[in-house]
Design a protein around this ligand. Structure first.
Ligand code: AMP
Ligand code: MG
Length: 350
Protein backbone atom coordinates (compact mmCIF):
# COMPACT_ATOMS: atom_id res chain seq x y z
CA UNK A 1 0.00 0.00 0.00
CA UNK A 2 1.20 3.51 -0.79
CA UNK A 3 1.11 5.69 2.33
CA UNK A 4 -0.04 9.25 1.58
CA UNK A 5 2.16 11.74 3.47
CA UNK A 6 0.81 15.28 4.05
CA UNK A 7 2.30 18.15 6.00
CA UNK A 8 -0.04 20.44 7.92
CA UNK A 9 0.50 23.60 9.94
CA UNK A 10 -1.39 23.24 13.26
CA UNK A 11 -1.77 27.04 13.44
CA UNK A 12 -3.30 27.31 9.97
CA UNK A 13 -5.01 24.03 9.15
CA UNK A 14 -5.39 23.15 5.48
CA UNK A 15 -8.90 21.68 5.38
CA UNK A 16 -8.21 19.76 2.15
CA UNK A 17 -5.83 17.53 4.15
CA UNK A 18 -8.48 17.02 6.85
CA UNK A 19 -11.06 16.22 4.16
CA UNK A 20 -8.75 13.63 2.57
CA UNK A 21 -8.05 12.03 5.99
CA UNK A 22 -11.71 12.05 6.93
CA UNK A 23 -12.65 10.10 3.76
CA UNK A 24 -10.07 7.46 4.64
CA UNK A 25 -11.42 7.13 8.21
CA UNK A 26 -15.02 6.89 6.97
CA UNK A 27 -14.19 4.06 4.57
CA UNK A 28 -12.62 2.13 7.51
CA UNK A 29 -8.92 2.70 6.84
CA UNK A 30 -6.11 4.16 8.98
CA UNK A 31 -4.65 7.66 9.32
CA UNK A 32 -1.78 8.60 11.65
CA UNK A 33 -2.04 12.10 13.14
CA UNK A 34 -0.36 14.24 15.81
CA UNK A 35 -1.81 14.67 19.30
CA UNK A 36 -0.28 16.64 22.18
CA UNK A 37 1.10 13.40 23.72
CA UNK A 38 2.43 11.22 20.86
CA UNK A 39 1.34 10.47 17.27
CA UNK A 40 -1.79 8.31 17.13
CA UNK A 41 -2.76 5.64 14.61
CA UNK A 42 -6.44 6.37 14.01
CA UNK A 43 -9.36 4.32 12.68
CA UNK A 44 -13.13 4.31 13.21
CA UNK A 45 -13.65 3.08 16.80
CA UNK A 46 -17.19 1.88 16.11
CA UNK A 47 -16.17 -0.20 13.09
CA UNK A 48 -14.75 -3.52 14.27
CA UNK A 49 -12.98 -4.24 10.95
CA UNK A 50 -11.29 -0.84 11.08
CA UNK A 51 -9.98 -1.33 14.61
CA UNK A 52 -8.78 -4.82 13.69
CA UNK A 53 -6.56 -3.20 11.05
CA UNK A 54 -4.81 -1.19 13.78
CA UNK A 55 -3.79 -4.37 15.60
CA UNK A 56 -2.46 -5.88 12.38
CA UNK A 57 -0.47 -2.77 11.34
CA UNK A 58 1.15 -2.37 14.77
CA UNK A 59 1.55 -6.06 15.55
CA UNK A 60 -0.37 -5.23 18.75
CA UNK A 61 -1.58 -8.05 21.06
CA UNK A 62 -5.37 -8.31 20.65
CA UNK A 63 -6.06 -8.07 24.41
CA UNK A 64 -4.58 -4.55 24.55
CA UNK A 65 -7.57 -2.18 24.16
CA UNK A 66 -7.63 1.08 22.22
CA UNK A 67 -8.37 4.61 23.46
CA UNK A 68 -11.37 6.29 21.79
CA UNK A 69 -10.69 9.92 20.86
CA UNK A 70 -13.52 12.46 20.87
CA UNK A 71 -13.88 16.19 20.22
CA UNK A 72 -17.02 16.98 22.24
CA UNK A 73 -19.10 15.71 25.18
CA UNK A 74 -21.96 14.49 22.99
CA UNK A 75 -19.55 11.99 21.43
CA UNK A 76 -18.58 10.75 24.90
CA UNK A 77 -22.25 10.03 25.66
CA UNK A 78 -22.43 7.83 22.56
CA UNK A 79 -19.79 5.40 23.83
CA UNK A 80 -20.29 5.25 27.62
CA UNK A 81 -23.03 3.88 29.91
CA UNK A 82 -22.93 6.82 32.30
CA UNK A 83 -20.65 9.69 33.22
CA UNK A 84 -19.84 9.45 36.97
CA UNK A 85 -19.54 12.66 39.00
CA UNK A 86 -15.74 12.32 39.31
CA UNK A 87 -15.44 11.99 35.53
CA UNK A 88 -17.48 15.17 35.00
CA UNK A 89 -15.07 17.08 37.23
CA UNK A 90 -12.02 15.64 35.47
CA UNK A 91 -13.46 16.39 32.03
CA UNK A 92 -14.15 20.00 33.09
CA UNK A 93 -10.68 20.42 34.52
CA UNK A 94 -8.47 18.61 32.01
CA UNK A 95 -10.25 18.21 28.67
CA UNK A 96 -9.25 18.80 26.01
CA UNK A 97 -5.88 17.48 27.14
CA UNK A 98 -3.61 14.53 27.94
CA UNK A 99 -5.99 12.64 30.25
CA UNK A 100 -7.72 9.35 29.34
CA UNK A 101 -10.74 8.33 31.42
CA UNK A 102 -12.06 4.75 31.73
CA UNK A 103 -15.89 4.42 31.66
CA UNK A 104 -18.34 1.54 31.54
CA UNK A 105 -18.89 1.07 27.82
CA UNK A 106 -22.10 1.43 25.79
CA UNK A 107 -23.16 -1.51 23.62
CA UNK A 108 -22.25 0.26 20.35
CA UNK A 109 -18.54 0.00 21.16
CA UNK A 110 -17.29 -3.24 19.58
CA UNK A 111 -15.30 -5.73 21.67
CA UNK A 112 -12.60 -5.45 19.04
CA UNK A 113 -11.96 -1.89 20.24
CA UNK A 114 -11.95 -2.67 23.98
CA UNK A 115 -10.08 -5.97 23.85
CA UNK A 116 -13.20 -7.70 25.18
CA UNK A 117 -13.49 -5.45 28.29
CA UNK A 118 -16.81 -3.98 29.51
CA UNK A 119 -15.09 -0.63 29.88
CA UNK A 120 -13.91 1.89 27.33
CA UNK A 121 -11.04 4.39 27.47
CA UNK A 122 -11.92 7.90 26.22
CA UNK A 123 -9.80 11.00 25.63
CA UNK A 124 -10.41 14.45 24.17
CA UNK A 125 -7.06 15.57 22.74
CA UNK A 126 -6.16 19.28 22.67
CA UNK A 127 -3.93 19.20 19.59
CA UNK A 128 -5.58 21.33 16.90
CA UNK A 129 -5.00 18.77 14.15
CA UNK A 130 -6.49 15.92 16.19
CA UNK A 131 -9.45 18.04 17.28
CA UNK A 132 -10.20 19.27 13.79
CA UNK A 133 -9.99 15.78 12.30
CA UNK A 134 -12.39 14.27 14.86
CA UNK A 135 -14.80 17.21 14.72
CA UNK A 136 -14.88 17.45 10.92
CA UNK A 137 -15.15 13.72 10.20
CA UNK A 138 -17.48 13.08 13.18
CA UNK A 139 -15.74 9.72 13.46
CA UNK A 140 -14.90 8.56 16.99
CA UNK A 141 -11.27 7.66 16.45
CA UNK A 142 -9.63 4.67 18.12
CA UNK A 143 -5.99 5.64 18.23
CA UNK A 144 -3.12 3.89 19.97
CA UNK A 145 0.39 5.24 19.53
CA UNK A 146 1.42 5.06 15.85
CA UNK A 147 4.46 2.82 16.33
CA UNK A 148 5.19 -0.85 15.81
CA UNK A 149 4.30 -2.59 19.10
CA UNK A 150 7.31 -2.71 21.42
CA UNK A 151 9.13 0.23 19.76
CA UNK A 152 9.31 3.64 21.45
CA UNK A 153 6.15 5.73 20.77
CA UNK A 154 6.45 8.20 17.86
CA UNK A 155 6.85 11.90 18.60
CA UNK A 156 7.44 12.96 14.97
CA UNK A 157 5.86 11.96 11.64
CA UNK A 158 9.23 10.55 10.61
CA UNK A 159 9.06 8.05 13.48
CA UNK A 160 5.62 7.00 12.19
CA UNK A 161 6.94 6.59 8.64
CA UNK A 162 9.92 4.58 9.92
CA UNK A 163 7.54 2.06 11.51
CA UNK A 164 4.38 2.08 9.39
CA UNK A 165 5.18 3.31 5.86
CA UNK A 166 3.35 1.04 3.42
CA UNK A 167 1.07 -0.39 6.11
CA UNK A 168 -1.40 2.49 6.60
CA UNK A 169 -3.27 4.84 4.24
CA UNK A 170 -2.05 8.24 5.42
CA UNK A 171 0.27 10.13 7.76
CA UNK A 172 -0.46 13.75 8.70
CA UNK A 173 2.75 15.54 9.67
CA UNK A 174 1.97 18.32 12.15
CA UNK A 175 5.51 18.64 13.49
CA UNK A 176 7.00 17.42 16.74
CA UNK A 177 4.54 16.80 19.61
CA UNK A 178 4.62 18.86 22.83
CA UNK A 179 4.50 16.34 25.69
CA UNK A 180 6.13 13.28 24.18
CA UNK A 181 4.80 10.57 26.51
CA UNK A 182 1.38 8.93 26.47
CA UNK A 183 -1.69 10.26 28.31
CA UNK A 184 -2.40 9.67 31.99
CA UNK A 185 -5.08 6.97 32.33
CA UNK A 186 -7.52 7.21 35.25
CA UNK A 187 -10.26 4.70 36.02
CA UNK A 188 -13.42 6.17 37.54
CA UNK A 189 -15.51 2.99 37.41
CA UNK A 190 -14.36 1.90 40.89
CA UNK A 191 -15.20 3.66 44.19
CA UNK A 192 -11.77 5.24 44.47
CA UNK A 193 -10.46 6.70 41.20
CA UNK A 194 -7.26 4.92 40.20
CA UNK A 195 -4.33 5.92 38.00
CA UNK A 196 -3.62 3.07 35.59
CA UNK A 197 -0.81 4.83 33.72
CA UNK A 198 1.13 7.93 34.89
CA UNK A 199 1.44 10.89 32.53
CA UNK A 200 1.63 14.67 32.32
CA UNK A 201 -1.53 15.06 34.46
CA UNK A 202 -0.09 13.79 37.74
CA UNK A 203 -1.60 12.50 40.99
CA UNK A 204 -1.42 15.87 42.71
CA UNK A 205 -3.28 17.58 39.85
CA UNK A 206 -6.00 14.90 39.86
CA UNK A 207 -6.38 15.06 43.65
CA UNK A 208 -6.89 18.83 43.55
CA UNK A 209 -10.02 18.17 41.48
CA UNK A 210 -11.51 14.92 42.84
CA UNK A 211 -9.81 14.22 46.17
CA UNK A 212 -8.02 10.99 47.00
CA UNK A 213 -6.73 9.03 44.01
CA UNK A 214 -4.95 5.67 44.11
CA UNK A 215 -2.27 4.32 41.82
CA UNK A 216 -2.71 0.80 40.43
CA UNK A 217 -0.35 -1.23 42.64
CA UNK A 218 0.72 -3.34 39.70
CA UNK A 219 2.44 -0.37 38.03
CA UNK A 220 4.48 0.77 41.04
CA UNK A 221 8.10 -0.35 40.89
CA UNK A 222 9.27 -3.56 39.33
CA UNK A 223 6.45 -5.70 37.84
CA UNK A 224 5.18 -8.26 40.37
CA UNK A 225 4.03 -11.41 38.55
CA UNK A 226 1.27 -11.78 41.17
CA UNK A 227 -0.30 -8.41 40.25
CA UNK A 228 -2.08 -7.85 36.93
CA UNK A 229 -2.10 -4.22 35.70
CA UNK A 230 -5.64 -2.87 35.19
CA UNK A 231 -4.54 -1.29 31.88
CA UNK A 232 -3.67 -4.43 29.92
CA UNK A 233 -1.02 -2.57 27.89
CA UNK A 234 1.04 -1.87 31.00
CA UNK A 235 2.11 -5.50 31.27
CA UNK A 236 4.05 -5.47 28.02
CA UNK A 237 7.71 -4.59 27.74
CA UNK A 238 6.92 -1.40 25.89
CA UNK A 239 9.07 1.41 24.70
CA UNK A 240 12.11 -0.76 24.26
CA UNK A 241 15.19 0.43 22.38
CA UNK A 242 17.26 -2.27 20.68
CA UNK A 243 20.31 -1.79 22.92
CA UNK A 244 20.79 -3.07 26.46
CA UNK A 245 19.77 -0.08 28.62
CA UNK A 246 20.82 0.50 32.26
CA UNK A 247 19.78 3.42 34.46
CA UNK A 248 22.26 4.81 37.02
CA UNK A 249 20.92 6.59 40.09
CA UNK A 250 22.63 8.30 42.99
CA UNK A 251 24.30 11.66 43.51
CA UNK A 252 25.15 13.41 40.26
CA UNK A 253 28.94 13.19 40.48
CA UNK A 254 29.07 9.53 41.38
CA UNK A 255 26.60 8.72 38.58
CA UNK A 256 28.78 10.53 36.03
CA UNK A 257 31.91 8.84 37.39
CA UNK A 258 30.31 5.37 37.20
CA UNK A 259 28.88 5.91 33.70
CA UNK A 260 32.26 7.12 32.42
CA UNK A 261 33.96 4.08 33.92
CA UNK A 262 31.48 1.57 32.43
CA UNK A 263 31.38 3.35 29.06
CA UNK A 264 35.16 3.20 28.77
CA UNK A 265 35.13 -0.47 29.66
CA UNK A 266 32.52 -1.35 26.98
CA UNK A 267 34.22 0.78 24.34
CA UNK A 268 37.55 -0.93 25.04
CA UNK A 269 35.81 -4.23 24.40
CA UNK A 270 34.68 -2.95 21.00
CA UNK A 271 31.05 -2.06 21.79
CA UNK A 272 29.23 1.11 20.80
CA UNK A 273 27.83 3.04 23.79
CA UNK A 274 25.11 5.70 24.06
CA UNK A 275 24.82 7.94 27.11
CA UNK A 276 21.67 9.75 28.26
CA UNK A 277 22.73 12.93 30.01
CA UNK A 278 20.93 16.18 30.84
CA UNK A 279 21.82 19.76 29.84
CA UNK A 280 23.22 20.19 33.32
CA UNK A 281 25.53 17.16 33.13
CA UNK A 282 26.37 16.69 29.46
CA UNK A 283 29.91 18.08 29.86
CA UNK A 284 30.78 15.47 32.48
CA UNK A 285 30.80 12.58 29.99
CA UNK A 286 33.90 11.80 27.97
CA UNK A 287 33.15 8.55 26.11
CA UNK A 288 30.58 7.20 23.65
CA UNK A 289 27.64 8.95 21.98
CA UNK A 290 26.56 11.48 24.61
CA UNK A 291 23.05 12.88 24.15
CA UNK A 292 21.32 15.40 26.39
CA UNK A 293 17.69 14.46 26.89
CA UNK A 294 16.77 17.99 28.07
CA UNK A 295 17.07 20.22 31.10
CA UNK A 296 16.26 19.11 34.64
CA UNK A 297 14.92 22.62 35.17
CA UNK A 298 12.32 22.02 32.41
CA UNK A 299 10.86 18.54 32.81
CA UNK A 300 8.73 18.88 29.70
CA UNK A 301 11.92 19.13 27.63
CA UNK A 302 12.82 15.68 29.01
CA UNK A 303 9.49 13.94 28.37
CA UNK A 304 9.40 15.51 24.91
CA UNK A 305 12.80 14.06 23.94
CA UNK A 306 12.74 10.69 25.68
CA UNK A 307 11.46 8.53 22.81
CA UNK A 308 13.36 10.53 20.20
CA UNK A 309 16.62 9.87 22.06
CA UNK A 310 15.86 6.14 22.42
CA UNK A 311 15.09 5.93 18.68
CA UNK A 312 18.26 7.86 17.81
CA UNK A 313 20.31 5.22 19.67
CA UNK A 314 18.59 2.56 17.52
CA UNK A 315 19.62 4.53 14.41
CA UNK A 316 23.21 4.81 15.70
CA UNK A 317 23.14 1.06 16.38
CA UNK A 318 24.56 1.36 19.88
CA UNK A 319 24.99 -1.86 21.87
CA UNK A 320 24.62 -0.33 25.34
CA UNK A 321 22.74 2.68 26.68
CA UNK A 322 23.80 4.13 30.04
CA UNK A 323 21.36 6.70 31.37
CA UNK A 324 20.95 9.06 34.27
CA UNK A 325 17.73 8.75 36.24
CA UNK A 326 15.07 11.49 36.37
CA UNK A 327 13.08 11.34 39.60
CA UNK A 328 10.97 14.33 40.59
CA UNK A 329 7.54 15.00 42.05
CA UNK A 330 5.80 16.35 38.97
CA UNK A 331 6.59 14.62 35.66
CA UNK A 332 9.19 12.34 37.25
CA UNK A 333 6.92 9.33 37.90
CA UNK A 334 5.68 9.39 34.29
CA UNK A 335 9.17 9.77 32.83
CA UNK A 336 10.67 7.09 35.09
CA UNK A 337 7.78 4.70 34.33
CA UNK A 338 8.77 4.78 30.63
CA UNK A 339 12.52 4.76 31.28
CA UNK A 340 12.34 1.79 33.64
CA UNK A 341 10.30 -0.19 31.12
CA UNK A 342 12.71 0.71 28.32
CA UNK A 343 15.57 -0.45 30.55
CA UNK A 344 13.78 -3.66 31.53
CA UNK A 345 14.12 -2.38 35.16
CA UNK A 346 17.95 -2.57 35.12
CA UNK A 347 18.97 0.05 37.67
CA UNK A 348 22.33 0.50 39.36
CA UNK A 349 22.66 2.57 42.55
CA UNK A 350 25.99 4.37 42.66
P1 AMP B 1 -1.76 3.46 23.64
O1 AMP B 1 -2.93 4.08 22.99
O2 AMP B 1 -0.85 2.74 22.70
O3 AMP B 1 -1.09 4.47 24.52
O4 AMP B 1 -2.34 2.35 24.61
C1 AMP B 1 -3.57 2.48 25.25
C2 AMP B 1 -3.47 2.12 26.70
O5 AMP B 1 -4.77 2.26 27.28
C3 AMP B 1 -3.03 0.68 26.93
O6 AMP B 1 -2.16 0.60 28.02
C4 AMP B 1 -4.36 0.01 27.25
O7 AMP B 1 -4.18 -1.15 28.01
C5 AMP B 1 -5.11 1.11 27.99
N1 AMP B 1 -6.56 0.93 27.92
C6 AMP B 1 -7.36 1.11 26.84
N2 AMP B 1 -8.64 0.81 27.13
C7 AMP B 1 -8.67 0.42 28.43
C8 AMP B 1 -9.69 -0.03 29.32
N3 AMP B 1 -10.96 -0.14 28.93
N4 AMP B 1 -9.33 -0.34 30.58
C9 AMP B 1 -8.06 -0.21 31.00
N5 AMP B 1 -7.04 0.19 30.20
C10 AMP B 1 -7.32 0.50 28.94
MG1 MG C 1 1.38 2.47 22.66
Amino acid sequence: METIYRKINPQEIDMSVIEEASKILKRGDMVAFPTETVYGLGADALNEDASRKIYAAKGRPSDNPLIVHVSNTEQVKRVVKEIPEAAKKLMDAFWPGPLTIIFNKADVVPNGTTGGLNTVAVRMPSHEVARTLIEYSDVLIAAPSANTSGRPSPTTAKHVMDDLNGKISMVIDGGEVGIGIESTIVDVTSDIPTILRPGFINKRMLEEVIGHVEVDKAIIGRPDPALKPKAPGMKYKHYAPKADFTIYEGDKDSVAEKINEIAREYINKGYKVGIIASDESVDKYHYGEVVSIGSRADELSISKSLYKVLRSFDDMKVDYILGESFESDELGPAIMNRMLKAAGYQVIHT
